[in-house]
Design a protein around this ligand. Structure first.
Ligand code: ADP
Ligand code: MG
Length: 706
């Protein structure tokens, strides 16, 4: 570890990451522990603990010029003090200080700082910022008073005479202490060197990192604060994008892709067999995908399309095109139910075609699995449909040339690498129903090309979504009854949040099933589906639901994604407040696939403001993109990536909804830079390389190996 004493006057943030906060005067074990609660361990952490807002204490005035009602900062000498005994308006006891600044006298009432009394001896210089009020003459009411040595240096003080930073703080460390520490740290670290190349700064009109770091904490004025913030947002996004660009460049260079040139012998009859014509968006996206597959480079493409937009057709087109050119293709689904459904859909669609489709899931018997694995390995299997079982040990393909990953909102960089480790570099198509906004996908999937299915098949009706209090639950079920009488089907979802369904959740599902089957719909065929059921049983239930033998399906989130039964027109989600927004949108999507008018009932009793907001958003919006933005706004963006699984670090300053323009700019700049210097080996890119390495860590370790 470094210490501040032997610290050079020029440093970099990575160097400052090696200096513990305890090096700073005034940081003992107690403060260090409080800082640690805020994830501040090193000096670099401290100087990058950005203020959540600033208070404007820059209006420095002479006492004779003060006006009633204004907020002002006064620099004056203490003439006398007195303690204010009685706390007023719930504040801690304070004191009154008589000040003189050469132009006049004014008493300043300082709440909450009674302990300062001993320091405020006559003739001490102080800075006071507060509101000018009239009470038997003017007085200044304030919570902020600071003792200074020299009135000429007021603008340099951390606490007054300027824009003063307000920090996110924790127990054990107050705002003022935090400000002092950050100020001290900035002073101690000297000139902070900038890892961004000067040409990029110049081109994008960005200030130097050192200046931006100072200005974001202690801005000289509003304008510079804005410029500094933009600079740091750019900085953060640029580093991530540089990492992603470098990774992409490397993959393109080192991995031979495969040029798929299908002859249409499977694709044409498949498309002809569909009972509907493609939407314009489907046609366009299929062409984009096939084009990517034709290229020599490995394809890495993200397909975003809202729930029900018809992604499966695109997936099958891609799978078939790979088989036409002599490869094997695979599609991976997040649940067994969905994998089975794909298997059924693809098998039915390709019934008359000379093609062998194999299913691979975790719940198959050893014999089934062995047989499937054998066909996959020998190449007899043309299309392999499966769950995560596909990427487990022991799965070997003869000639895997395309992988489709369905409904994976969180299929990050790391998981994508898995197929590669299997030896080949197949083309990949990741499909998602957009619980990620476009902006986020640019960051999270920044090394992927993006296709968007932005059109729903014709004839879809808007879904009516209602929040239903527990006391009105009957009404929801009455409405469901009306749908059933029309010959439609319904889902009833009971809450369960994780995939690994706990026993008590299963019991809750069973109880709900009993209630529905015996009390609410005794005259209807009610079925039950949950994750703990045997695979064969699940298959049977789904088949019965598809065949309309089951009219009301009580299910857990095993039906969350992908399940496609167009005749289902109503969904009741019990304890809706327990689900996340994107989950609710997905669940509702189960009934938005036919030509009827779908209905969704959110039963529950939202206790927190956030859960209420989620349910209201759902009632108001249908569009998955819009909902994902609302979700982002409700949850805050900090932890959205889940850095561990995505391989992309959490954001500190950038706000994706606000900073989309900067993101696009940073992304373009990063990709241009990497195009010119793919491994960042030029001397002027070395500091950048080091930063990117620290930021993205093991995920791009290879970048530094050559
Ligand atoms: P998702 O994008 O949610 O995966 P699916 O691929 O499951 O959507 O399709 C949803 C429903 O829409 C299915 O019943 C499917 O048969 C139907 N569908 C897909 N494309 C079209 C189309 N072009 N015209 C009419 N219906 C379509
Ligand atoms: Mg789907």
């Amino acid at each position: 570890m470094w210490s501040l004493q032997d610290f050079p006057r020029r440093t970099t943030l990575p160097e400052l990451r090696a200096v513990p906060v305890t090096e700073l005067p005034g940081v003992g074990p107690r403060i260090a522990a409080a800082l640690k609660d805020l994830a501040i361990v090193s000096i670099a952490d401290l100087v990058s603990h950005y203020p959540s807002r600033h208070e404007d204490l820059s209006n420095v005035k002479k006492i004779s010029n003060l006006r009633v009602g204004e907020r002002a900062t006064v620099v004056g000498r203490v003439v006398g003090t007195k303690r204010l005994g009685r706390p007023v308006r719930g504040m801690a006891p304070g004191l009154s200080v008589q000040l003189y600044d050469g132009t006049g006298y004014i008493p300043a009432t300082v709440w909450g700082r009674g302990w300062l009394l001993n320091q405020l001896v006559p003739d001490t210089w102080v800075v006071v910022a507060g509101e000018v009020q009239r009470k038997y003459g003017l007085q200044l009411t304030t919570k902020s008073i600071e003792v200074i040595d020299d009135p000429a240096t007021v603008g340099d003080s951390a606490h007054a005479g300027r824009f003063v930073p307000v920090y996110p703080v924790s127990k054990g460390i107050n705002a003022r202490r935090m400000r002092t520490l950050v100020h001290r740290a900035l002073e101690a670290c000297g000139r902070i060197l900038d890892p961004l190349p000067a040409v990029i700064l110049a081109h994008h009109g960005l200030p130097h990192l050192h200046d931006a770091m100072h200005e974001i904490h202690f801005p000289s004025d509003r304008k510079r604060l804005k410029v500094a913030t933009r600079r740091l947002v750019f900085h953060e996004l640029f580093l991530i994008q540089t990492g992603l660009a470098a990774r992409k460049a490397r993959l393109e260079k080192t991995e031979a892709g495969r040029s798929h040139r299908g002859d249409g012998r499977l694709l044409t009859p498949f498309l002809a067999s569909l009972p509907f014509g493609l939407t314009g968006a489907q046609e366009r996206v299929i062409e984009e995908v096939l084009e990517g597959m034709r290229s020599e480079k490995p394809m890495r493409r993200l397909l975003q399309g809202d729930v029900g937009s018809g992604k499966s057709v695109v997936a099958v087109a891609a799978l078939l095109s790979a088989v036409e050119s002599g490869g094997q293709s695979a599609i991976m689904a997040p649940t067994e139910v969905l994998a089975e459904q794909h298997f059924i859909f693809i098998s039915a669609a390709l019934n008359d075609l000379p093609i062998n489709i194999v299913l691979l899931t975790g719940s198959q018997s050893a014999a089934e699995r062995r047989a499937a694995l054998e066909e996959v390995k020998s190449g007899e299997a043309h299309v392999v449909v499966g769950t995560h079982a596909l990427i487990q040990q022991g799965v070997e393909f003869e000639n895997l040339s395309l992988v489709v990953v369905d409904e994976q909102h969180r299929f990050g960089v790391r998981q994508r690498a898995v197929f590669k480790e299997k030896g080949a570099t197949p083309d990949t198509l990741v499909m998602t129903a957009t619980p990620i906004p476009r902006t986020l996908s640019l960051t999270l999937y920044g090394d992927l090309e993006v296709s968007v299915l932005d059109e729903l098949p014709p004839g879809r009706k808007a879904v009516t979504t209602r929040m239903v209090e527990l006391s009105e639950r009957e009404e929801a079920y009455e409405a469901v009854r009306a749908e059933l009488e029309e010959g439609r089907q319904a889902y009833v979802i009971c809450p369960l949040v994780e995939e690994s369904e706990a026993l008590e959740d299963v019991r809750a599902a069973e109880e709900l099933f009993d209630e529905l089957a015996e009390e609410i719909f005794p005259d209807r065929r009610v079925g039950l589906l949950h994750g703990r059921m045997k695979a064969a049983k699940k298959r049977e239930v789904m088949a019965a639901f598809r065949a309309k033998e089951i009219e009301v399906l009580v299910a857990t989130v095993v039906v969350e994604v992908g399940v496609d039964v167009p005749n289902a027109s109503a969904i009741v989600i019990e304890d809706a407040e327990r689900f996340g927004l994107s989950q609710l949108h997905q669940l509702r999507g189960r009934v938005c696939r036919g030509l009827h008018s779908p209905k969704c009932f959110l039963v529950g009793d939202p206790k927190t403001e956030d859960s209420l907001k989620r349910l209201e958003a759902l009632c108001e919006h249908q569009d998955g993109f819009k909902l994902s933005e609302v979700d982002l706004a409700i949850r805050g963006e900090g932890t959205l990536f889940g850095s561990r699984q995505s391989g992309v670090p959490d954001l500190k300053v950038a706000k994706l909804l606000r900073d989309i323009e900067v993101l696009v700019e940073a992304r373009r700049a990063a990709f241009e830079l990497v195009a010119a210097d793919p491994t960042l080996k030029e001397p002027e890119h070395r500091p950048l390389r080091r930063e990117v390495r620290e930021l993205l860590g093991a995920d791009i370790e290879w970048l530094f190996k050559e």
